[in-house]
Design a protein around this ligand. Sequence first.
Ligand code: PEP
Length: 241
Amino acid sequence: MNPIIAGNWKMNKDPVESRALVQQLLELTGDVKNREIIIIPPFTSLSIVAELTRTSRIKLGAQNMYWERSGAYTGEISGVFLKSLGCDYVLIGHSERRHIMGETDEIINKKLKAALEIGLISIFCCGETEKEREDGRTEEVITRQLQHGLKDIEDQVHKMIIAYEPVWAIGTGKTATPQQAAEVHAFIRSRLQKQVAVLYGGSVKPDNVDALMSENEINGCLVGGASLKPESFARIVKFNR
Ligand code: PEP
């Protein structure tokens, strides 16, 4: 399995800025082999990024989706639409959606089920807060997120990617040490019935990616802030073990 490097742009980059960023990324990563590169722009830039990356090795993902295919759900986006735009991936259960938008494990479960039916590969995010880690509850929290998120679909987990993203490391500049990440990745694997790729996310930068990717347990990275600058994202894609 090739290592997977995914860049989550969050609510950044308007369509004009998105075009410029992708064009630079295409130049900087044109020579990359043996890596899966996924770009996850805001919805408003998906079609531009799809058009620019069509003949490249860069794949497209969306940051969220609704669980119904169509209907009276004002403001929501169907996974069917994402698929028809050229998305192969969708982020589900990102900590910002859990903690700012109030997404529950039950909502996440509905979205994971819908993505499976549509044939989108979910990047299913889980991770503990700082307080939960300090209280020694990391494994309990991850177990709950996996159990409830994967209710009735655990036998299909091999069609997804798991992203371990400790909440205390997202956008804070505090990265989990490679050992801390590897420990939780091994725990996640031990809880699942099937082999699955597990990415690490949380302040991944050009200067810490090599050490993180040296851990066998870490199959790739989900990158937020550092994916907004073409040089830093390209350096992360080109990590050295
Ligand atoms: C993320 O958005 O998933 C993320 C990990 O962000 P950052 O790299 O900025 O911590």
